[in-house]
Design a protein around this ligand. Sequence first.
Ligand code: FMN
Length: 408
Amino acid sequence: MTLKNKKILIIIGGGIAAYKSLDLIRLLKKNDVEIKTILTKSGKQFVTPLSITTLTKSKTFEHIFNSGKELEIDHIALSRWADIILVMPTTANFMSKLSLGKAEDLATTVLLAADKDIILVPAMNVRMWLHKATQSNLKILQDFGYFFIGPEKGEMACGEFGEGKMSSPRQVFTYLKNYFDKKNIVKERNFKALVTAGPTREYIDPIRYISNESSGKQGYEIARALSKLGIKTTLITGPAKLAIPKGVTVKKIVSADEMLNEVKKTLPVDLAVCTAAVSDFKPSEKSRNKIKKDKSNFKTINFIKNNDILDFLAKNNANRPQIVAGFSAETKSVITNSTQKMKNKNCDLIFANDVSKKGIGFNSDFNKVSMIDQKGNIKIIPKNRKSFIANKIAQILLSKLINDRYIN
Ligand SMILES: Cc1cc2nc3c(=O)[nH]c(=O)nc-3n(C[C@H](O)[C@H](O)[C@H](O)COP(=O)(O)O)c2cc1C
């Protein structure tokens, strides 16, 4: 039983759906989950500490300062205790505070200090949910790495209909069970992944090279997201000006040949994600010295083809990763060309992005990708921050690795 003895910290915010968090607590307690709770000041208007404590059999925390009394537990200890933190219900106000990084009470301070995954379960009136301020906060929070369950469409307590209704305790329970199931499987099967990222440089002489516009952002974010899921991840990166993602093993390379070498050394892995913009060609020869500009040295540069790393990984029968996924940057006929690429190279999935579109793709913090599989299914991940897209992709890839049909 994957939930048994798991430690869940539940923060109960000030919404009408707060009473439903009590149902969730009952469900979790039946499954031998250890629960601690924090009740916000407004949350206390909707449910009482007594009801919560009766169900959890443990104190409900409310205050960051304990007015002269000895500190019973501090904000750091609370977040370190938990395996996961849930905010249910998450109100519009609470989202706004989190998006600003506030630490003004026990709940917000615990979340700012947390080193665990945080799941928000929003509940609010449809107008509040669809308000530009809330939608903008949602994007910020997704970018910060918060996970969301819901909200759903439906009839609300206020009588209106629309998106904003809190997911049911049963839905939240299923999410949590799935979350811990996946964590267990990743740990048991000791999954390994490699991610390639960034551009390569193909030198003409010691100081001149051909390269491309790739920043490496999408690949770095995917490596970060896979590692966060517990997958042992190696990032093989061309020259990029980005911070090394926490927990990821990084191998820095310059040319396509070096990248292929590092890929070979990193095998075997269960999953390979090729996001690098590997140069298709390299100069047939590299001058040992800087080519001088006098006329006698003026010459045509001949190019030869580089080895195709995605193709190598997907056709490598001896050591083929269970899943090989590639990125395809196209400027026209994006889906057709990307599908063709996937078929030619025998990879399992291709993530197509249209790099001709302003505001997404190369160098941008945003992306929009179409995921195409061998059966011809196309799933669009709408425009969002690359970090958000990376989390989605990591979840999908993990689900595929474990043949799980449940994809968030
Ligand atoms: C009867 C009543 C019901 C409310 N329900 C909600 C709700 O469902 N969602 C929401 O975002 N705010 C709701 N509010 C407003 C919040 O209670 C208010 O914004 C509060 O400051 C949120 O506190 P928190 O940040 O601790 O969650 C409600 C207010 C009242 C008076």
